[in-house]
Design a binder for this molecule. Structure first.
Ligand code: ARG
Length: 424
């Protein structure tokens, strides 16, 4: 009944204490008549015009924020003058390493839907702004997986590739996350993750061959299009090496039958279809990860009726009466699925938050932001966990509205054009 961690590369083991936090929230309940899941269309990318020059006012505002929050960096004025001069001359400017790291951390701090923001200062930056070729982008994404996973001692990490600029676009990762499972239409049903049926078709149209036999948890390839001088070539696919993907097989501490369901999930959620905007510069490929909160896997990915839809199977194995909603079989199955995810990740030594602890830490984050006199945007419908909402303290209060200023992650336009939504 023990949880099994499937993994490899010994070089990934780094030292340091097990950190216990940093997680993006679980995504909102769908509104009336609205489905959370949008299956991607597999449409071709929209060719964008070169980005117009950077707005010097937006750049200045960011540089001021950087110097205000980093007094050790000295006065803002000389840097503002240099940035304005650079923009006038070239149409853009180059962030210093410190500015880039700060901008990425602030974009996390500003993410209204993320419950794991208490440790925004710890985000680890991999600066890959010189990388534009598709094969190198893919190799660096695999490097990200290895560096962030650390055999389960997950580290919050972002890899930033070349920005869009007057000379051409930056590269793009077409995947919603670096690790996701394929979905195959089979008759009227789907084998695997229904959310990725469209993306799986796109990968196959590029020449990707699914493993044989196809399974419920086949890791999709990376699909990347290049930037700069590589922008003209279309998207290419790259297989993710097995040993870069840590997965946890799911078992339940008290129900031996649970392991027989054959469920598993990947340890690392790495969102890869959001653009990072900092001070007027847009980085279209900037994959970032935290670590999972159990309910994201148990009460959404494995439970939603348009995802793995496992609640009925779990309830039946539990011997529950599924003839009426009023027996609360769905609720009880979702709780046991959550217990199984927590137990399995704990046994495998993989970082994982639970919704109670994470909610408390989130309120500490909000209090700190208020104490610092900062506006703290929060999207209640994403922050409240998908089970036991009212049992967590985040449920019971109001928050600041979301705004759209400052460094921020946005769904990339090309991702939206392909029908992808925010990776909830
Ligand atoms: N909910 C998404 C998923 O299941 C991941 C979103 C990011 N979550 C995180 N803990 N950083 O894959």
């Amino acid at each position: 009944m023990s949880a099994e961690a499937v993994y490899a590369d010994p070089e990934d083991l780094a030292s340091g204490p097990l950190r216990t936090l940093a997680v993006v929230g679980s995504s909102p309940a769908p509104g009336p008549g609205e489905s959370v899941v949008e299956v991607e269309s597999g449409a071709l990318p929209i060719v964008e015009a070169p980005a117009p020059g950077v707005d010097p006012g937006v750049a200045e505002e960011f540089v001021r924020l950087f110097h205000t929050e980093n007094p050790m960096a000295g006065p803002a004025e000389p840097r503002i003058a240099a940035v304005r001069e650079e923009i006038a001359r070239t149409g853009t400017y180059v962030h210093t390493h410190a500015e880039l790291e700060f901008g990425a951390r602030i974009a996390w701090r500003n993410s209204a839907r993320c419950i794991g923001r208490l440790y925004w200062r710890s985000l680890h930056l991999r600066d890959r702004r010189h990388v534009t070729a598709p094969d190198q982008v893919a190799a660096e994404c695999v490097g990200h997986l290895r560096e962030a996973t650390r055999r389960g001692r997950i580290r919050s990490t972002i890899t930033i590739f070349a920005p869009d600029g007057p000379a051409g676009p930056g590269p793009r990762v077409w995947n919603e996350q670096l690790i996701r499972y394929a979905g195959y239409r089979a008759g009227g049903r789907v084998l695997g993750d229904p959310r990725y049926v469209g993306f799986t078709d796109t990968a196959r149209s590029l020449g990707w061959l699914p493993p044989s036999p196809m399974g419920r948890f086949d890791v999709l390839p990376l699909v990347v299009s290049g930037g700069g001088e590589h922008a003209a070539g279309g998207p290419q696919f790259f297989e993710v090496p097995r040993d870069a993907v840590l997965e946890v097989a799911l078992a339940h501490a008290e129900h031996p039958w649970f392991a027989e369901l054959g469920l598993r999930w990947h340890a690392l959620p790495v969102i890869s279809n959001m653009r990072l905007d900092i001070g007027g510069i847009s980085y279209p490929a900037a994959p970032f990860n935290g670590w999972y909160m159990a309910t994201e896997i148990s009460a959404r990915n494995l439970a939603d009726s348009d995802r793995y839809d496992m609640l009925a199977e779990v309830a039946e194995a539990m011997g529950l009466d599924t003839s009426s909603d009023r027996t609360l079989w769905r609720d009880r199955a979702a709780i046991e699925l959550t217990a199984a995810v927590q137990h399995s990740f704990d046994e495998a030594g993989v970082s994982l938050a639970d919704h109670h602890g994470e909610s408390r830490r989130f309120l500490r984050f909000v209090e700190k932001e208020e104490a610092a006199g900062r506006h703290c945007p929060v999207d209640w419908s994403w922050i409240v966990p998908p089970i036991s909402g009212g049992l967590t303290p985040v449920f019971h209060r109001y928050y600041d509205e979301s705004t759209d200023t400052g460094p921020m992650f946005h769904l990339d336009d090309q991702a939206a054009a392909r029908g992808q939504g925010c990776p909830n």
